[in-house]
Design a protein around this ligand. Structure first.
Ligand code: ZN
Length: 437
């Protein structure tokens, strides 16, 4: 028994549709999408879900999250006399939270973060998960105890999950992990691969995630590249978030983080690698990322003083952009995409930087695609992130009656949403045909 979803006004991809209609099969996939007027006879009323005066846009895909960091929202802005109040002092506060969570705490904070994501129109999350073991580094009886808590939280909320299992080994070159980093660390790559196998056997979608070139040495990066290739799963890595990471990599390896990751084979497979942040990257790094993804996290990058992503340069060489909520201080991919564009304006002195054509047309649609299709591609999905036949019906419903949109010309409504809006515009979220909100 299929269901038909309609709305009074809507946009499918970059095509305006007067009254969009989506016929959705029981498996949550779209069997037909288009204008109601083109479809002929309407389906029985009991099978129609009418969203009224709303826009239906593709569900947003959050390509980078650390759910547990939701626990320190607003709590890191004081400044002690000897505190430089920079990325590294923020990290100390975050580590304190990381060391105090037990399995129930991980479940509770993750569920809270994912509930907020779903309400914000986010239908799928890539969780860059590195809380693995007990605070002293000893594995729990089940080495995947904390991963299962994340899986359970996502299932209970109803959001799609790709568990980007993090491999973490050290504090830096020739430095063992700090006490507060021990629970992030597996014994070795074999132990990590064992955890990955157990998760996959239970049907969990996973990705391979070396934390960063600071936290993983070259031999382990080589092994992780082999593992990712053999499993044919996505690879996500924190890359060049801070200048210090670049400096340390130059000292240890004589090259940039991106060049090191390429040299071990992690970027060999097209469209399977995602550089998270990529703020302090060069043209040579961008060349490596030409057929890969870069995940920007502008609210977190602003919060932590990381810098601005060279998004235009990356787009120019063919990189696919995605966005993530990262620290979850803010959970709002409309804001992430908006700030990605605004960061480019601040950096370049120009406007409509990420629009697909020279005249700046369809900027809103381009930002929407970054927040949906870009993330889906980054996480390895081929039928997610668009509202088209064969794709899953994952959607965010935008309330056109919201005061923020009052008086906006209908032909400019997408640009208004994506250049001035926020997640408060989302009135309902649909995941695989199941409605929340
Ligand atoms: Zn991160």
């Amino acid at each position: 028994m299929s269901t038909t979803y309609v709305a009074a006004a809507g946009v499918v991809d970059d095509r305006c549709i007067v009254r969009p209609r989506y016929d959705v099969a029981d498996d949550g996939s779209i069997s037909w999408a288009g204008n109601s007027d083109d479809r002929g006879a309407p389906p029985p009323a009991e099978r129609v879900r009418d969203f009224g005066r709303a826009l239906v846009v593709p569900g947003m895909v959050n390509a980078h999250s650390h759910a547990f960091q939701r626990a320190i929202r607003g709590a890191t802005h004081g400044r002690a006399p000897d505190d430089p109040s920079d990325f590294w002092s923020w990290r100390d506060a975050m580590y304190h939270a990381a060391t105090t969570l037990d399995p129930q705490g991980v479940y509770a904070v993750t569920r809270r973060a994912y509930s907020e994501m779903l309400a914000a129109g986010i239908t799928c999350v890539g969780e860059f998960h590195y809380l693995h073991h007990q605070p002293n580094g000893q594995p729990y009886d089940d080495a995947n105890e904390l991963s299962w808590q994340v899986v359970r939280a996502a299932a209970d909320v109803g959001i799609r999950l790709v568990l980007l299992e993090v491999y973490y080994a050290r504090a830096g070159a020739d430095r063992p992990p700090l006490a507060e980093q021990r629970r992030f660390c597996d014994r070795d790559v074999d132990a990590y691969a064992g955890r990955i196998a157990a998760l996959r056997a239970a049907g969990v979608r996973v990705g391979i995630a070396p934390h960063s070139v600071r936290a993983v040495g070259r031999p382990a990066l080589l092994d992780l590249a082999t593992l990712a290739r053999s499993l044919d799963v996505p690879v996500h890595v924190h890359v060049s978030e801070q200048p210090r990471e670049n400096d340390e990599c130059q000292t240890e390896h004589g090259c940039s983080p991106m060049q090191l990751l390429a040299s071990v084979g992690l970027t060999d497979r097209p469209r399977t690698f995602t550089a998270v942040h990529g703020v302090h990257t060069t043209a040579a790094d961008h060349a490596v990322l030409a057929d890969q993804h870069v995940c920007a996290c502008p609210t977190t990058e602003a919060d932590l003083g990381d810098g601005l992503l060279p998004a235009s340069e990356l787009r120019a060489v063919g990189s696919r952009l995605a966005v993530g909520s990262d620290s979850n201080a803010v959970i709002d991919l409309i804001q992430e995409a908006r700030l990605l564009e605004m960061g480019e304006r601040l950096r370049s002195g120009r406007r409509s930087c990420l629009a697909p054509d020279e005249r700046g047309r369809n900027l809103g649609a381009a930002l929407a695609a970054i927040a949906s299709e870009g993330g889906a591609s980054s996480l390895g999905f081929h039928h997610l992130g668009r509202l088209a036949p064969g794709y899953q019906f994952d959607a965010a419903v935008i309330d056109l009656g919201h005061p923020l949109l009052a008086g906006v010309d209908p032909t400019h409504v997408l640009d208004a949403i994506w250049t001035t809006g926020h997640a408060g515009l989302v009135s309902a979220t649909v995941v695989g045909g199941r409605e929340y909100g």
